[in-house]
Design a protein around this ligand. Sequence first.
Ligand SMILES: *Cc1c(COP(=O)(O)O)cnc(C)c1O
Length: 334
Amino acid sequence: MTAPVDLVTREDIERARERISGTVRQTPVQVSTSLSERTGVAVHLKLEHTQITGSFKFRGASNAVASLNDEERSRGVIGVSTGNHGRGLAYAAKTAGAKCIICMSKLVPQAKIDGIRAQGAEVRIIGRSQDEAQLEVDRLVRDEGMTMIPPFDHRDVIGGQGTLGLEFLEQVPELETVLVPVSGGGLVSGVAAALKAKKPGIRVVGVSMERGAAMHACLQAGKPVEVEELATLADSLGGGIGLENRFTFAMTRDLIDDLVLVNETEIAEAIRHIYWQERQIVEGSGAVGVATLLSGKVSPNGVTGVILSGGNIDMTQHHRIISGEDVDVTREVA
Ligand SMILES: *Cc1c(COP(=O)(O)O)cnc(C)c1O
């Protein structure tokens, strides 16, 4: 298969690194003694949940904002996201001195709205659905010249996420296998492109949750398809990849070696393990790589890296999970 020419390259990622090195945090790596003993290989955890705004999304958003020209920056950026992309974009814009509007629907809980306002963005509540919020975004782009920054399917966003791959390999050059959470595929596209450019034989394994794994369904179908969103502990991995997907579907398909799925019990166990054994607070989406190792769904060969991608979890829910309560979000109203 010939790779499409417009996909994100090693040069894009290296340029991103130069642009955002003064803005993003270089996150630490920690060896997991318990996972190393259990799997028989050295396991290194990339503590990206300690990134500014609590997830790697700050890397892609910072690169996208830094790539704007002065005119675009002065008109501001806009996004539709209730979660980590919204936080990352809001704070990236604030850091760059750019105006930022995040549009969301009436159904979004107040805690999430406050989380995004706290990063310095204006929140506009529009309509009853993400689709209606999207209409307002389209209007602001058209009438006010704002730049829309999407959460994953965008060259500069993928380039920024790729800096995580470069950084991880510099910290642990012996890496042979890397486990990466997958939703829209911006993280795994950037990370796999960076890792494979530097070390072609490296194995990149994507991980999603069983409930509503959009990229998995699209890869099986051989094209982007609509996937129903379901409640899950890995809430940052929900949502589709977009039927008009330009970058991440092809990159994920061409660059990953495998895509595994973990269930809700396995995600809860991983959150618990990461807290008690690794002493870290990680959200469900950030725990899926560890879930894969604990469940034995991937038998790692060689030095293994696991990206803990985010830490924005409701602390009441986290407390219940680490206390061993049965937290079944699939029975709760999403
Ligand atoms: C967005 C997100 C992911 C998935 O990233 P994609 O680029 O959409 O695949 C994984 N973990 C966390 C914590 C996230 O916020």
